[in-house]
Design a protein around this ligand. Sequence first.
Ligand code: NAD
Ligand code: LMR
Length: 339
Amino acid sequence: MVKAVVLGAAGGIGQPLALLLKANPLVTELGLYDIVNTPGVAADLSHIATPAKVEGYLPPDDGLKKVLTGADVVVIPAGVPRKPGMTRDDLFKINAGIVRDLATGIATAAPKAFVLVISNPVNSTVPIVAEVFKKHNVFDPKRLFGVTTLDVVRASTFVSEILNDLGLSKDIVVPVVGGHSGVTIVPLLSQSSHTLPSSLSTAQYDTLVNRIQFGGDEVVKAKDGAGSATLSMAYAGAEFAGKILRALKGEKGIIAPSYVSLLADTEGAAVLTKELGETVQFFSTPIELGTEGVVKINPLGKITEAEQTLIKAAIPELLKNIQTGVEFIAGAKTEEPRL
Ligand SMILES: NC(=O)c1ccc[n+]([C@@H]2O[C@H](COP(=O)([O-])OP(=O)(O)OC[C@H]3O[C@@H](n4cnc5c(N)ncnc54)[C@H](O)[C@@H]3O)[C@@H](O)[C@H]2O)c1
Ligand SMILES: O=C(O)C[C@H](O)C(=O)O
């Protein structure tokens, strides 16, 4: 029996993500929570003939506590998306408080759940969840994940376009490390499962890196004020959640990209820190998953000089983003759980 919960389930990401989780046979119970519309979304999904029993909850009558009770996996796409001209950091003002309150609910009602954070800015919202959990003495770094899968999905797609073979896109794996915004998104194209053409010029390489780093802006611009990536994000979120569910079930050796606390694997973190030449509290890298969460944080391995330069540019920004999240909770008054 596995209960998956989506917080922010009526939103642009929440609805298709809930659909994909409903379609996953490993989910036996699906809890949907939002400040609006979840009874309707749940009723709609409940007609699909897959095992998961679906329930929708709203804030009144202890909705958050009820949806979280018994949760094994909690995915958080709650919060506002960007409009053209905004950075992900511009979302902090609103989303930090939303994520803090939801994390407080999880800390009290489902402290053992695996928590998958989608809400932006991920570089800061994941530290917020960690700090809330620490305040409640329930922080297990192995069970907290920032969802950075969309960067890997984009990298695979854009590389397949360059290779002129879209049929390959699903099989192309490009490690993308660092964080989830602008220059903190670092694609390690030299480690792509499918080698880039040797004819690729430096300018073409730079364009590809920039497109992976700023792929989110492409969608924000095209949606023209109606939000950011929702469908590709739901696909990526379901990919990642699917791997988590398989790992929970006991499948071994599953590797997935995620922005995690380096406390999740101190041995792996020591190697990574040496490679980075800097101590960071959180970093996205391919991690190995197991029944208890993070089993191993993988090192960067051999990277090129160009990739080293990208890492150097990412670190100061990442450190700043992490600090912003940590300070938000440190500076906040002690919160009573709003269940
Ligand atoms: N990690 C990633 O790669 C990635 C990709 C795309 C979008 N995002 C982020 O995901 C978030 C959601 O994007 P979206 O397009 O689905 O936005 P949206 O506005 O369509 O949906 C957000 C949902 O959150 C709900 N919500 C707001 N406050 C809430 C609360 N306190 N409790 C529960 N639900 C609440 C809203 O009612 C809404 O239904 C944004 O912050 C966006 O930037 C992250
Ligand atoms: O770009 C955004 O604001 C949403 C998301 O983080 C993305 O990468 O598409």
